[in-house]
Design a protein around this ligand. Structure first.
Ligand SMILES: [Mn+2]
Length: 437
């Protein structure tokens, strides 16, 4: 059955193409720095934004025109699987990602819910085998249901903690069954509103306890996916515990979890934390925890998580520069955690939006590869810190210097003249590479 019959397979036509349903930059077989674009980018479709999002907002009901919406219950869940694989095939998307509750409706009991999941997982497995499409990651939705009003791993209600643990256990089993390459934890409601009613220490300890249980169980069942935590600073909670890369890393270190987890970093979450996306990637990379990406972008004028499709070439270029310097994403990938605007309600908009995002990342990859080949910023940075390569600078970085030796040096030497940081010039070189690559 075709759910997107007005759109045929999207192919690469090149930068001059005026066909809206064609890639202008993303050419999966083009080799960049020894790997194909497909191998570098490892694009994934987000099940929730593509198959289940209705376009609801606080002021209005669902508006999205989706032909599978004529079904309901488990029939709808099955139709979405068919639609998902049709969409991925037409878009040349090799991977997908989902939350447990995206793929199957909750039943009257946890047992019934798990049975619903099993039916859909069995169907997905058949499609995956016959099409070769793969699961980049799965995760659990422990934030939508009213039971999670006080959080999941950080709830004040031990029964809810137990329910959350059961959901994680099932999620790990599903991940193993479908060969997921990663397993994600986004702490939807793991945070708090006021310290007047919150035992933060217990909540953080409990969150770490759930993570350790997950690590142990994955090992027990032989599920060797890479575990990922996805930081986000706010929304829905005022204070989210996994605020950004730095605070999440501190948590992982405190609770002896760093060897088991990397980070799934999202562009819009970075900007909500008042960082650039490349800042978050860079911080994760130098600390050895850059895992996977949720590709999207926010809006400079809006203070919430708008999850727009990424089209900003500066951001995709600097993002891909970090990815290349990380020697790639390894088990991770680039998941389009992005949704079409409410007013872009036609099914065709799903294709146009993914084309925009995939082209923006493909262009970013090409520009970043050229920048790296020419060592543009690497050379500028090397020159800028050259004073640490010899003399007193070398003594500092090799640990030879002491306060006494540095005082002696400062008393006897005139301070070297500072040199311009040349930021405007470097930005204009970046522009030059974007328009030439
Ligand atoms: Mn988001």
């Amino acid at each position: 059955m075709d759910y997107f019959d007005s759109v045929t397979n999207i192919a690469f036509e090149g930068a001059q193409s005026t066909n809206p349903f064609a890639f202008k930059q993303y050419n999966p077989n083009e080799v960049i720095l020894g790997k194909t674009m497909e191998e570098h980018l490892r694009f994934a479709m987000a099940y929730w934004h593509t198959l289940t999002y209705g376009g609801n907002d606080p002021f209005g009901d669902a508006v999205m025109e989706r032909s599978f919406q004529r079904f309901d219950g488990m029939d709808l869940a099955k139709a979405r699987v068919e639609a998902a694989f049709e969409f991925m095939a037409k878009m040349q998307l090799p991977y997908f990602c989902f939350h447990d509750r995206d793929i199957a409706p909750e039943g009257a009991t946890l047992r019934e819910t798990n049975q619903n999941i099993d039916v859909i997982v069995g169907m997905m497995k058949e499609y995956m085998t016959s099409t070769g499409r793969k699961l980049l990651w799965n995760t659990q939705n422990m934030f939508s249901h009213p039971r999670y009003v006080h959080g999941a791993a950080t709830t004040c209600n031990a029964d809810v903690f137990a329910y959350a643990a059961a959901q994680v256990k099932k999620g790990l089993e599903v991940g193993k069954e479908l060969g997921a390459e990663n397993y994600v934890f986004w702490g939807g409601r793991e945070g708090y509103e006021t310290l007047l009613n919150t035992d933060m220490e217990l909540e953080l300890d409990n969150m770490a306890r759930l993570f350790h249980m997950a690590v142990d169980y994955a090992k027990e069942i032989g599920f060797n996916a890479q575990f990922l935590i996805e930081p986000k600073p706010k929304e829905p909670m005022k204070h989210q515990y996994d605020f950004d890369a730095a605070s999440t890393l501190a948590f992982l270190q405190k609770y002896d979890l760093k060897e088991h987890f990397k980070l799934n970093l999202e562009a819009n979450h970075a900007t909500l934390a008042q960082h650039t996306f490349e800042h978050e990637l860079h911080y994760a990379r130098i600390n050895g925890v850059l895992g996977s990406l949720d590709a999207n972008q926010g809006d400079l004028l809006l203070g919430w998580d708008t999850d727009e499709f990424p089209t900003d070439l500066y951001s995709t270029t600097l993002t891909m520069l970090e990815v290349l310097k990380n020697d790639g994403l390894h088990k991770g990938g680039i998941n389009f955690d992005a949704k079409v605007r409410r007013a872009s309600f036609e099914a065709e908009d799903l294709f146009l939006a993914h084309i925009a995002g995939m082209d923006a990342y493909a262009k970013g990859l090409k520009v970043a590869a050229k920048l790296l080949e020419d060592r543009v910023f690497e050379q500028a940075i090397e020159d800028r810190y050259a004073s640490f390569n010899e003399g007193i600078g070398k003594d500092i970085v090799t640990g030879k210097a002491t306060l006494q030796s540095l005082e002696a040096y400062a008393l006897d030497h005139e301070t070297r003249r500072n040199v311009s940081g040349r930021q405007e010039h470097l930005r204009s070189i970046l522009n030059q590479y974007i328009w030439q690559a």
